[in-house]
Design a protein around this ligand. Structure first.
Ligand code: LLP
Length: 419
């Protein structure tokens, strides 16, 4: 079997084999790797645009406003590109608000979310004029009310509801159940709403409910929206529902997930007359990105074929952290020789990029692509083992440019005082 067939479902118009060589849009990836080295993240602008268009079309009947979830990938060039497509932004730290502003995003189109915003971050969001603050506790509401009073502003607030619903997803990314730190319990939301005069300097105009990421079904989302609506129903000033992100993407090609059109169709009958907001991250950027790595060594031991690459958990931690599966395919298609454990150089047994990848015979110098790596890849990269973070390359048709250069050892020392 050719790797082309194995991962066919995960290849797309942008990332595909041509005459046995892997391309991203109009750029052959082997030549790109020659130019920028490996490991390197590569993103397709065309695929990003297509993903945004798909979401916008799916939710057009609901008139939804889309706020890209910056945590998935906040590279400045990417944020600019997405802002240029008309997206607002979902920020969860002062750093992300700063990034959005530097990318030219209108502050009014920023929603500021997060379970542990610091006083300084809230003050910064108010001073910047962030359009919405998603509040996650009574304490936070009190603090925000005081900061707003001091500034003589009245921010728009959505209370983040924890509806007590377990989404079908990995436990690390389920957020809507009562064991999770996120959101405000329904009875507390009801109490806050009943006593809005206690926080006169904020305008509570919405509820926010994000029950998890990589949601496997629409049912739990519907349930969460119903719960939010029943809490909001008595208040005429409360007509915005932010239903978060979480639209799933395929990582293996075997998944049977609902697509955005199915989510939108299921939600539409409920949301008539409501202002709808979304915060998708993964579904916009995941399959627009891949990680290029090179084979360093191949060894056989304990009945396994180990392929040691220059890419590791410091570039892509998702397999180690969530047992996430990212397909690994060769840049040059060839018949599969059997399974391999693709691992990196980091001194951790968990430093495995893929266990059981079907790969052709490989030798040092051969190159591989780790697919569907655009979301929570570079965003979660680290310098563990004093590894430098990889460059990021953005492809526009047949041209490419480095939008973040590879770090250097000097970069690693830049913040140390005793050099
Ligand atoms: N809104 C809120 C409030 C969120 O917490 C998240 C993700 C999103 C939106 C965006 O969700 P998305 O559309 O990307 O699923 N690092 C993990 C994912 C963590 C997601 C955290 N919150 C991973 O690599 O799978």
């Amino acid at each position: 079997m050719l790797p082309t067939e194995l991962s066919g479902a995960l290849l797309n118009e942008s990332i595909r084999y041509e005459n046995g060589a892997l391309w991203c849009d109009g750029v052959p990836l082997d030549a790109l790797a020659d130019a920028v080295g490996t490991p390197a993240y590569v993103y397709s602008a065309a695929r990003l645009r297509a993903n945004v268009a798909r979401l916008q079309a799916a939710f057009a009947p609901l008139n939804a406003t889309i706020h890209y979830s910056l945590k998935a990938n906040a590279n400045l060039a990417i944020v600019r590109l997405l802002a240029g497509l008309g997206l607002g932004m979902d920020a969860v730290s002062g750093g992300e608000i700063d990034r959005a502003l530097r990318a030219g995003v209108d502050p009014a189109r920023i929603v500021f979310a997060g379970v542990g915003k610091t006083p300084a971050e809230l003050a910064y969001a108010l001073d910047a004029g962030a359009g919405w603050i998603n509040v996650e506790s009574r304490d936070e509401l009190r603090l925000l009310d005081r900061l707003a009073a001091e500034r003589k502003v009245r921010p728009r607030v959505a209370l983040r509801l924890n509806p007590g619903i377990s989404a079908r997803t990995h436990p690390h990314i389920a957020t809507g159940h009562f064991g999770a730190k996120f959101g405000i319990a329904p009875e507390v939301v009801a109490d806050i709403l009943a006593h809005q005069s206690a926080a006169p300097h904020v305008a509570i105009e919405g509820l926010h409910v994000h029950i998890g990421s990589q949601l496997g079904r629409v049912e739990e989302t519907i349930e969460a929206v119903r719960e939010a609506q029943s809490l909001a129903a008595p208040y005429r000033t409360l007509r915005t529902l932010n239903i978060g992100g979480g639209f799933p993407v395929a990582y293996t090609g075997a998944e049977r997930y609902p697509d955005p059109v199915q989510f939108a169709a299921a939600l539409a009958p409920l949301l008539n007359g409501w202002q709808v907001k979304l915060e998708p991250g993964r579904s916009i950027i995941a399959d627009a990105g891949l990680l290029l790595v090179s084979v360093l060594y191949v060894k056989h031991q304990g009945g396994h074929r180990f392929v040691i690459t220059d890419g590791s958990m410091t570039e892509l931690i998702r397999p180690a952290l969530y047992e996430a599966v990212h397909p690994v395919i060769p840049l040059r298609a060839a018949p599969v020789a059997g399974p391999a454990i693709v691992a990196g150089p980091v001194c951790e047994s968990a430093d495995v990029l893929h266990r059981g990848a079907d790969l052709p015979p490989l030798a040092p110098g051969d190159r591989l692509a780790v697919l569907v790596a655009g979301a929570y890849g570079m965003a979660m990269a680290s310098n563990y083992n004093l590894r430098v973070k990889p460059p990021e390359v953005l492809i526009e048709d047949d041209t490419w440019r480095v939008v973040r250069r590879r770090e250097t050892w000097d970069d690693l020392l830049r913040l140390e005082e005793d050099v």
